[in-house]
Write a protein of this length. Sequence first.
Length: 404
Amino acid sequence: MAIYLYWARTKRGKKVRGQLEAPDEKMALAQLKKRNLTILKLRPKPKDLSEYVSFLKPKVRRKDVVIFTRQFSTMINSGLPLLQGLGILADQCENPTFKEILRDVAKSVEGGSSLSEAMKKYPHIFDDLYTNLVAAGELGGVLDRTLQRLAEHMEKAERLKAKVKGAMVYPAVVMSVAVLVIAVIMIFVIPVFEKMFGEMGAQLPPPTLIVIGMSRFIKGNIHFIIGAIILLFFIFRAYRKSKKGRRQTDALSLKLPIFGPLIKKVAVARFTRTLGTMLSSGVPILDALNVVSKTAGNVILEEVIMEVKQSVAEGQNISEPLAESELFPPMVVQMIAVGEATGAMDTMLEKIADFYDQEVDDAVSALTSMMEPLLMVFLGTTIGGLVISMYLPIFKMAGVVAGG
């Protein structure tokens, strides 16, 4: 399908312009004639640079996938054929990258592939969780309900992610502004005071000398300092990508004094909701655990889930390996054990996930409330200390003058 730009005139003589999709120019002209338009000009739409350079193409947002999933579910539930539903959603999709992907998925389905197989070609858009749930829905003949569950799961997962991001972004922004303000004071303000004190020939107190020394060092080595920070960032990122580095940093993140408990609650909420959604959609438990381990987001948790999978494969239950890991609170382990005993594991997991979503919400609110005064104290102490250090000689001279 190509996109054509057209300029035409209506029956009343009004000039109009727009664009339409058609397999070729002949079909484009036929479509315009059906609209009772007199064609003045018709030409193919020029291709954007992004169509040639992959990294310039607009990214497919998670929100785009959620909207597609919910709309697709409604269409299938209404009795619309699979291919027709995909075609309609592709045509109305505003994101050109996602539009192209949906058309390719429809083409693969038309060629005999299942929907889940066609989607597996795009793992960065449709992850293991998505394709496994779609496969289970296709197998059980309940694709519409499965897609509805999947859309709800993705929406809740995005809300959880947004909460955690909000908790992390606030202190990061405040600290960045603080560092910028301190850098400006050190590089531009302190040298002015240093010059003034030098002209006065006054003996400076130790705090002022320390601050002036720091200012000289920062101003004289600013390029090296910035270079060192950038280098350390890339070293940390490379270390984080290594197997050993990923494991150590993930283990450390769970032990952090303020953020560690929050990260654990997020992990529990994500694990229980993902596993609950997969089990309620009919995915076999071993397959579900395998997918959940890949979406865990933490190597330590991934190892625990693989131990659980091994335990289940050997005919044991889920709760025992979870209790031994010490990552999951006793209440969670006991509720999962009750779910296993009663055969209502999916329902119990959803209840745990809902409870921990609220726990994460409360923890984020408490963390933000606690960080605000701490950051204010830090900023006041740091910047206030610099200002006082610079004014100490002035106060000292004012005292000498008053005494004289």
